[in-house]
Design a binder for this molecule. Structure first.
Ligand SMILES: *[C@@H]1O[C@H](CO)[C@@H](O)[C@H](O)[C@H]1NC(C)=O
Ligand SMILES: *[C@@H]1O[C@H](CO)[C@@H](O)[C@H](O)[C@H]1NC(C)=O
Ligand SMILES: *[C@@H]1O[C@H](CO)[C@@H](O)[C@H](O)[C@H]1NC(C)=O
Ligand SMILES: *[C@@H]1O[C@H](CO)[C@@H](O)[C@H](O)[C@H]1NC(C)=O
Length: 323
């Protein structure tokens, strides 16, 4: 039955205090600090119609901006892209710091959305090579989606087959985290809470995304900007927090360790923000349908369709169990 499992889960977590302390804060200009964030110009491994540019190019083309309180990253919404070019200009950044057991708190004001877009806020093993050390996708979606998808991608012997009845508000849509299954779909949870993604998220002023990871598993919480239940330590950026479902309520996505040994699948991760276009997911046949024409042509020829294709970040804080 559901109730006893539920109770056990709560009591286990409630007994041990799991305090985490503020280790790193990233606000405004911090994201432009090239000793803290790498501006990556690699080819997109998901085959997107994207040209990731370096920081000086991004600044020159008005694809990034920072002030004391806010940081922007945009896809280009001005220029046409010729077929010979690598793709539409955009930005991908990765933190140099890598974190293992931790809580990551993102206060986000706007995320990229619209036809052909595929933004992600995620973490990735620093040591790799992928999928060794794992990948944790916290915010991800495509095109005009309105529900966030959180997922894990791992080496073998990691699944969430026990999760269908697990204590989370979202819906499990795939259970094999091992990248060798289902063309690297990973194990994913589609969020049920309203305003978690895309236009509804943005028009509500965004919200807070929190990912906690440790030997107890990996949890993702989301609170929309107008939430009355967002914990004050998250909305105010306290210097210590306790990522405890007993205090914070049901996670939106829960990835317990029952069928996935945490230590052998997850090592220290860098934090990544990116925005690609089309590619393996956003541009795939049934997924892109509903948006105009052919995805690549749409990206090349419709710069003004990308006016909503930007990240606007209020703050990113990382907490670890020890200082
Ligand atoms: C950034 O990219 C531009 C265009 O590719 C290139 O000319 C420039 O040298 C690069 N700057 C740095 C600092 O790498
Ligand atoms: C930079 O881009 C933003 C968003 O598209 C726009 O509002 C702003 O006017 C642009 N600034 C410049 C200097 O072009
Ligand atoms: C899920 O993972 C567990 C532990 O590795 C394994 O015993 C089980 O066979 C797996 N189940 C499926 C359906 O892959
Ligand atoms: C997706 O969003 C774009 C721009 O926001 C809009 O023009 C288009 O009609 C939308 N498509 C669907 C299928 O909702």
């Amino acid at each position: 039955m559901f109730a006893p499992i539920f109770f056990l889960c709560l009591s286990t977590l409630a007994v041990a205090s799991n305090l985490h302390f503020l280790r790193d804060t990233y606000i405004g200009h911090d994201f432009l600090d090239t000793s803290r964030w790498e501006w990556e110009t690699l080819d997109d491994s998901t085959h997107g119609r994207v040209n990731y540019v370096n920081q000086s190019t991004a600044i020159a083309l008005n694809l990034t901006e920072a002030d004391d309180r806010t940081f922007f990253m945009r896809g280009d919404n001005v220029r046409m892209v010729s077929p010979a070019e690598r793709g539409r200009n955009s930005v991908r950044i990765s933190s140099f710091a890598a974190y293992s057991d931790s809580v990551i708190v993102l206060d986000l004001l706007h995320m990229p959305t619209g036809c052909a877009t595929w933004p992600a806020f995620w973490t990735l093993s620093k040591a790799g090579p992928w999928p060794r050390g794992g990948e944790i996708d916290i915010i991800e979606g495509v095109n005009n989606n309105t529900n966030n998808l959180a997922s894990l991608h791992t080496t073998e012997n990691c699944n969430m087959t026990q999760m269908r009845d697990h204590w989370q508000s979202g819906t499990t849509v795939s259970t094999q985290c091992d990248t060798k299954y289902n063309f690297n779909q990973g194990c994913g949870v589609s969020f049920s809470k309203p305003k978690s993604y895309g236009e509804p998220f943005n028009s509500n002023g965004g919200g807070w995304y929190v990912m906690s990871r440790g030997s107890y598993g990996i949890f993702v919480w989301f609170w929309p900007r107008d939430s009355y239940s967002v914990p004050i330590e998250i909305s105010r950026g306290f210097s210590a927090i306790d990522p405890n479902p007993f205090l914070w309520g049901q996670p939106d996505a829960a990835f317990p360790t029952d069928n996935c040994d945490y230590q052998s699948h997850f090592d220290p991760h860098r934090i990544v923000f990116d925005l690609t276009f089309c590619g393996d997911w956003a541009g795939s046949d049934p997924v892109y349908s509903g948006c105009p024409g052919n995805c690549v042509d749409f990206v090349n020829n419709n710069p003004s369709a990308f006016r909503e294709a930007y990240w606007k970040i209020s703050s990113l804080r990382v907490y670890t169990p020890v200082l």
